[in-house]
Design a protein around this ligand. Structure first.
Ligand code: G3H
Ligand code: 13P
Ligand code: ZN
Length: 306
């Protein structure tokens, strides 16, 4: 059934595992997430981005996820990903979301606090949990100087003040991950020392955005059908594993799902030129989605936690 974000994540941080938050845009992605979560007895977040809202409609996705979630036995959190402002948060509350993110991280600290506080007041009035972000998501180099890092990565001291001032339920932080399929050369550098300092000062669950791994098997499948992606790189599994004991309880994954769905679609379209049944084409994509989703639950220790 549908669950509250705070309930799911407080338990995760307490017990030392993380819950993946997968972006959905359509029926097939939602099916792949829920069928896999149910099969593995895993709690899960399903999140709707601005792009998803523009593509499929907030109400459509909300109705789809809430109806399907009501028919599985594991906890499912319907979450607004990167809510742009107060108005967007109100729309999600009205549409039945059980968790919302207000992302005012591009504003100066005081403005971020002010905008976030307003959203917390509204969401908490109707019992919905709130995520907010401090710091800016951006890849960092291994040898970058401390001052440069401090300019955009989350400051532990500030994080504690932000949580205290806003009353949010979980905090998204910047420690070197970034959105998309190109997270830097080789192994993207993750500031684990900074994460430890944040975790020591902030007791609420922490959230890691930009956490796709861009797995080799998906790169291979894309290349096998002639896709030209250049040299995509993701976050290494080892960095995800290492972050979870330091308070990371919600981990956002979108890019890997895009790759999986597209890899399946390409395989049928390119490999079977006579095929024109969209169910066969999307069906292969859904199969690869389920495979990559299973890998995420296993990586994050979510299996059997429902
Ligand atoms: O955080 C960004 C997500 O990957 C969603 O992006 O707005 O293009 O759907 P989108
Ligand atoms: P990825 O692009 O690494 O999948 O990150 C997604 C995300 O953070 C959505 O909020
Ligand atoms: Zn994000």
């Amino acid at each position: 059934p549908l669950a509250l974000g705070k309930d799911v994540l407080d338990k995760a941080r307490r017990e030392g595992y993380a819950v993946p938050s997968f972006n959905t845009n359509n029926l097939e992605i939602t099916q792949a997430i829920l069928e896999t979560a149910e099969a593995l007895r895993a709690p899960v977040f399903i999140q709707v981005s601005d792009g998803a809202r523009k593509y499929a409609g907030l109400e459509n996705l909300s109705n789809l996820v809430r109806d399907m979630a009501s028919r599985v036995s594991v906890p499912v959190v319907l979450h607004l990903d990167h809510g742009a402002d107060y108005k967007m948060v109100l729309q999600a509350l009205r549409a039945g979301f059980t968790s919302v993110m207000i992302d005012a991280s591009h504003h100066p600290f005081e403005e971020n606090v002010c905008e976030t506080k307003k959203c917390v007041e509204a969401a908490h009035a109707v019992g919905v949990s709130v995520e907010a972000e401090l710091g800016r998501l951006q890849g960092i180099e291994d040898n970058i100087v401390v001052d440069a890092k401090d300019a955009f990565l989350t400051d532990p001291e500030e994080a504690a003040r932000f949580v205290e001032a806003t009353g949010i339920d979980y905090l998204a932080i910047a420690i070197g991950t970034s959105h998309g399929a190109y997270k830097g050369k080789g192994r993207p550098y993750i500031d684990h020392a900074r994460l430890e300092q944040i975790a020591a000062k902030v007791s609420i669950p922490l959230v890691l955005h930009g956490s796709s791994g861009v797995p080799q098997w998906l790169k291979d499948k894309m290349a096998a059908t002639g896709a030209d992606l250049g040299d995509p790189t993701g976050i290494h599994d080892e960095d995800i594993r290492k972050a979870i004991p330091n308070g990371i309880a919600k981990i956002n994954i979108d890019t890997d799902l895009r790759l999986a769905l597209t890899a399946g679609i390409r395989e049928v379209v390119v490999g079977s030129p006579k095929e024109f049944d969209p169910r066969k084409i999307l069906g292969k994509g859904r199969e690869y989605l389920k495979q990559v989703i299973r890998e995420k639950f296993e990586l994050m220790g979510t299996v059997g936690r429902a």
